[in-house]
Write a protein that binds this ligand. Structure first.
Ligand code: EPS
Length: 397
């Protein structure tokens, strides 16, 4: 239902995004996107570029009178740094940084200058995705769905966090993370992470880490078990994995579950006094069979250290064929706190799409009416048939 396109180079004049498939009648202003754009720019470990940029999205289509029209939404974000580059004599860049798209992009597209790879592969593009995610978040808010994130590890410094017992505890955790320079809700761990980034910077190096994205208020029944490309777990894993430098993603404690026995892992099913089915645990991370259970969806993503390092890494100068060391221009030292905000945006896009697939509807009013039905059907229809039946396919003869 929803399609997102982005365009733009890191040091070009602007980023552009198009979001197709949003229903009409959603109240939406540029200010609605501002908070997330600013959050993506913050965080200890960011580089000098973020003090140049002041990201702000401007709608150029699909929003009239502060409401969506149902047409494609187009928006732009200015690259303030462009004016520092446009008249500049640019030195050829021929020593690829291991880990970046410099080499793979140039080999694939036949570039004679690696700058063409880096311009589009740069994480600058994620500003456009965060703006689109802001639109999706606005839609989700109409249905009581919220998304937050927090960092659990940077450079080996880990925050030991309990599994929250309620949505309110999650919300409090998001709020604490917001106050931390490294987006970590545990103050002591936050300090250790900050110190770890400082040490990495002093030794001219970079760091990666792990963050969690949590989706609250998600109704059961989004996604599907019937086909591989409709399984919501697969779609979410792919979307989060598309964020620059993310090399691993899991749903719930998936890798920990892999080491346990089935009876220790699966969330037992109970029925409350009103006849509602519920789970006391959420080791499934909010998804079973590619379908939402109604529990929080929990995604954890692993980010590798930024590949632009001040201390050089061994490489080859593709202009001469000689061994060479990578050359440093400018970069973040640790982008994990910022990547978490991008993770929220991708989660919002996927979830908004899944909601639209479930509800259909060309206008917000239609969606709302259908959502009311969806909420009613949350109580499982009991009793189910308990008569024996024959499982078989019709024989042609
Ligand atoms: C990036 C390098 C840096 C980052 C950039 C991603 O940019 P520059 O080369 O201009 O210093 O700041 O990220 C952003 C611009 C952003 O908005 O997140 C890279 O090489 O990937």
């Amino acid at each position: 239902m929803l399609r997102m396109l982005t365009a733009g180079e890191s040091h070009g004049p602007e980023l552009t995004a198009i979001l197709e498939g949003m229903p009409a009648g959603l109240p939406l202003t540029e200010n609605d996107l501002q908070d997330d754009l600013a959050r993506r720019q913050k965080g200890y470990g960011r580089g000098g570029r973020m003090s140049i940029e002041k990201d702000r999205a401007r709608f150029t289509a699909g929003v009239m009178g502060s409401q969506t029209t149902g047409g494609p939404i187009a928006l732009t974000i200015t690259n303030r740094d462009w004016k520092n580059w446009r008249d500049r004599q640019i030195d050829p860049f021929t020593v690829p940084r291991p880990g970046h798209a410099d080499l793979t992009g140039a080999v694939k597209y036949g570039y004679r200058d690696l700058r063409l790879s880096l311009e589009r592969a740069s994480a600058r593009e994620t500003a456009a995705r965060v703006a689109v995610g802001g639109v999706c978040r606005r839609l989700l808010a109409e249905f009581g769905i919220t998304i937050g994130s927090y960092v659990t590890m940077i450079g080996g410094e880990t925050a030991e966090l309990d599994v929250p017992s309620s949505d309110e505890v999650y919300q409090a955790r998001f709020a604490s993370a917001e106050l931390s320079e490294v987006r970590c809700p545990a103050p002591a761990a936050s300090e250790r992470m900050r110190a770890r980034i400082k040490r990495a910077f002093q030794s001219k190096d970079t760091l990666g880490g792990v963050f969690e994205v949590v989706m609250l208020g998600v109704p059961p029944g989004l996604g599907s078990h019937v086909h591989f490309d409709r399984k919501l777990d697969g779609i979410l894993l792919g979307a989060l994995g598309s964020i620059p430098s993310i090399k691993g993603v899991e749903i719930g404690p998936a890798f920990e579950n892999a080491a346990r026995q089935g009876t220790e892992v699966h969330d037992a099913i109970h029925r409350d006094e009103q006849g509602r089915l519920y789970r006391a645990t959420n080791r499934a991370g909010g998804l079973e069979g590619g379908i939402t259970t109604g529990e929080p969806i929990i995604i954890r993503a692993a980010m590798k250290p930024i590949s632009t390092t001040i201390n050089p890494i061994q490489s080859v100068d593709l202009a001469t064929g000689e061994p060479a060391q990578t050359v440093y221009e400018r970069s973040d030292h640790c982008a994990v706190p910022r990547a978490a905000v991008v993770g929220e945006a991708l989660a919002a896009f996927v979830l908004a799409d899944a909601l639209l697939i479930k509800l259909g509807g060309d206008s917000l009013a239609e969606l709302k009416a259908r959502f009311a039905d969806l909420r009613r059907s949350h109580i499982a229809d009991l009793p189910m048939d308990n008569q024996p039946w024959t499982f078989g396919f019709q024989d042609e003869n």
